[in-house]
Design a protein around this ligand. Sequence first.
Ligand SMILES: Cc1cc2nc3c(=O)[nH]c(=O)nc-3n(C[C@H](O)[C@H](O)[C@H](O)COP(=O)(O)O)c2cc1C
Length: 202
Amino acid sequence: MNKIFYTSLFVGVMLISNASAAMKEKLNKPDFTQESLSLMELINVRHSERAFNPQRPIDNQTLSEILWVAFGFNATGKRTIPTARNEQKMNVYVLRKNGVWLYNAKENQLEKVSDENAIPFTVAGGQDFVLNAPIHLIYTSSDERFGEMHVGSAYQNVYLYAASKGLATVVRGMFDRDELHRVLRVPNGEMVLAHQPIGYPY
Ligand SMILES: Cc1cc2nc3c(=O)[nH]c(=O)nc-3n(C[C@H](O)[C@H](O)[C@H](O)COP(=O)(O)O)c2cc1C
């Protein structure tokens, strides 16, 4: 009897811990040793690009670095972007076909918010080119006064990283705000502010 009880308990615990592991995805540390154009050259070539190659996925290292440049913690112990009073009021979500994920910079991991494919909700104004991008960042903030400034710093960092890696990206202000608010389970008072699809060009 005891044996059956403890075996079932063990199996239950394993199932629960596997389920919660599936809800988290560890990210890699950024690689600071990569060769790249200089900062001046990157600013010189930064641009918006709207054609994404749907056949070319983004690997985990690249995704990890995209998130880190957007809103990771840097060598100062603070964020890669400045924030008002260092309150760090911004969140970055990742949309992929396999669901919606919230970037947890402290744990350097993605945490699943939903299994729903929310990418179609980023289409607006007839801009269905976004459907070809493998990775979509959604920036949110609860800071009514400064949130958009935080987002601007983050998307510019991502633009520069994209320029260094030959990635295509464009920041967008057009999307289905209500549907994204719902599927991202954004807390009350937090605003969905910008969308940034990222992929490789053709
Ligand atoms: C706040 C903001 C919102 C934007 N929204 C869109 C958008 O919804 N769709 C789009 O294709 N581009 C959008 N853009 C990108 C601009 O069109 C682009 O930055 C501009 O044409 C200049 O091109 P460049 O980024 O290559 O310098 C947006 C840019 C900003 C800063």
